[in-house]
Design a protein around this ligand. Structure first.
Ligand code: ADP
Ligand code: C5P
Ligand code: MG
Length: 488
């Protein structure tokens, strides 16, 4: 690959980003399919390569490495086979169908990506692939995003030219009915495709920054952005998600995914006249903002879980602890994230926010209620951005208040050790020890407190002294909760 070098070189582009005004002009998003909309360490790419090799050997009686040589020389094996007259035009369809007939079981559902795409507001979305439509459709089906695109531009659409031929880009624009290249944004894992995209005046984002085989850092001056995986654009291009809150013709899609009841009608079905003043606590009615969330933050061991357990006895709220959801996932024998979560917890570090948000979105769907206490999230800037892009922007939920439990670190250490001593067999936490506690305090001070401040600036924070007894702390908590449910 021309762009791969052993040392990253600082050049223009190469993931340096674009001014916000440029990104705001983007109207049409073009996504490559293989190794961009999904990534699986090139497992599917290997199957496709082997499949092409099998075809050339078995059907065309050519030598095993020949197909790859043709690919290198002509951009695609198919073009080489046609040019060298190993394949006639009448056999092209047979070739395309046959070689793409590979197992796609290595492509996994990606609900976070789905949510992210839905959060892209009005921007139009196309799949632009060098493979065939049927293969792309099967991949999209596997990922769970088949309904999210206006159309697919495939190798047949572009007359079988290689994808990095400028003609392919011209046809892609025609098909997507867009005339101004500066309104196009292109996501692809190929540096060659980035180069042509840039030449054509498109905005570009390289997906995947490590070269296949060598793992070397990919240098690509033609890439305006470079991300390891597609969902990283939430942090890399927050501007793209700005218009997600505006009325969207696809609102019903967001609704279907989130399960949120989106209605401006605030009538309480049990009390249609709104007469009942005493007895049960009033809860906020769900409106455009989806679920109502009270975020619960505080140092490790400050009593977030303990207070939430009390709140749910008195108020119509469900408690979701991000840490509990992660521990639950960690303990599932079939989970592919178990080891990653355990490692992060032991180090007092935070896990990939996409995973945490995914677990929270799933948990929202599992409860038939509109009011949630979300304990321990968002907990740093990347949690916060991911929360805003995946949960707030598409209207799944909105934060109506933040309970912040303030407490001295020495008190927290004592509580953490008491919790460790009391834990049931099999329920032990990997992080309730003095050594990890120190790391968690640092994470809390350095990363979580700034988030409390961000919410404070929005007027959402209610600070509660967490040093008293459980009852004392709860008295204060209850007052704040009454205020919160009455104000909404
Ligand atoms: P967090 O969820 O914030 O990490 P927990 O609610 O699990 O904290 O509380 C940590 C430990 O401290 C638990 O063992 C809990 O029983 C205990 N605890 C919680 N609140 C208090 C309190 N106000 N006074 C004394 N111990 C407390
Ligand atoms: O909130 P709790 O103390 O249960 O969190 C335990 C651990 O779970 C954290 O130290 C961190 O490793 C992980 N976590 C996370 N992101 C969150 C919440 C918790 O990575 N938003
Ligand atoms: Mg807790």
């Amino acid at each position: 690959m021309g762009c791969v070098q052993s040392q990253p070189i600082a050049q223009g582009g190469d993931g340096a980003g674009l001014p916000d005004e440029v990104l705001r002009k983007v109207e049409v998003l073009f996504f490559d399919c293989d190794d961009t909309l999904y990534q699986n360490d090139w497992a599917t790419a290997e199957l496709l390569k082997a499949s092409i090799e099998r075809y050339t050997v078995e059907e065309l009686n050519l030598t095993p490495d020949y197909a790859y040589e043709l690919y290198l020389e002509h951009g695609t094996a198919l073009r080489g086979l046609l040019k060298k007259e190993h394949l006639s035009n009448s056999k092209v369809e047979h070739f395309l169908q046959d070689v793409h007939n590979v197992s796609l079981e290595d492509i996994k559902p990606n609900p976070v990506l789905r949510q992210m795409i839905l959060s892209l507001g009005h921007k139009r979305r196309w799949v632009f692939t060098a493979s065939i439509r049927e293969h792309a459709e099967r991949c999209l089906e596997r990922i769970g995003i088949a309904d999210l695109f206006e159309g697919i531009i495939d190798c047949r659409s572009v007359g079988l030219v290689t994808k990095h031929d400028p003609i392919a880009f011209v046809i892609a624009m025609e098909m997507a009915n867009v005339t101004d290249p500066s309104t196009c944004l292109f996501f692809d894992d190929s540096t060659k495709n980035m180069e042509t995209g840039k030449q054509m005046g498109w905005n570009t984002c390289l997906v995947g920054t490590k070269a296949r085989g060598t793992g070397e850092h990919i240098v690509c001056p033609s890439a305006d952005y470079k991300v390891d995986k597609l969902t990283d654009i939430i942090e890399a291009m927050p501007v793209l998600f700005e218009d997600a809150r505006m009325p969207d013709p696809e609102a019903e899609l967001v609704e279907a995914v989130s399960g949120a009841v989106v209605s401006t009608d605030v009538v309480d079905l049990d009390d249609p006249e709104g007469e009942e003043e005493t007895g049960e606590m009033k809860v906020p009615s769900v409106s455009e903002g989806g679920k109502n969330v009270v975020v619960v933050l505080g140092g490790p061991g400050s009593g977030k879980g303990t207070q939430c357990a009390r709140i749910v006895d008195d108020f119509d709220f469900v408690h979701l602890s991000a840490g509990d959801l992660l521990r639950e996932e960690m303990r599932k024998p079939e989970s592919e994230y178990g080891a990653i979560i355990e490692e992060a917890m032991k180090e007092g570090k935070l896990v990939d926010p996409d995973l945490t948000m995914n677990l929270i979105i799933q948990a929202f769907d599992e409860h038939d209620t509109d009011n949630f206490l979300v304990d321990g999230c968002p907990r740093d800037m990347s949690n916060y951005e991911s929360w805003n892009a995946l949960i707030e922007a598409p209207g799944i939920a909105r934060v109506i208040g933040v309970l912040y439990y303030a407490c001295d670190e020495q008190v927290l250490v004592d509580r953490i050790l008491a919790r460790a001593a009391a834990s049931a067999p099999g329920e032990e936490r990997p992080d309730d020890n003095v050594e990890t506690a120190k790391k968690r305090f640092k994470t809390f001070r350095d990363l979580t407190l700034p988030i409390v401040e961000l919410y404070r600036d929005k007027g959402l924070v209610h600070s509660i002294d967490a040093a008293g007894t459980v009852d004392e702390v709860y008295d204060e908590t209850k007052q704040v909760m009454v205020e919160l449910v009455n104000q909404s």
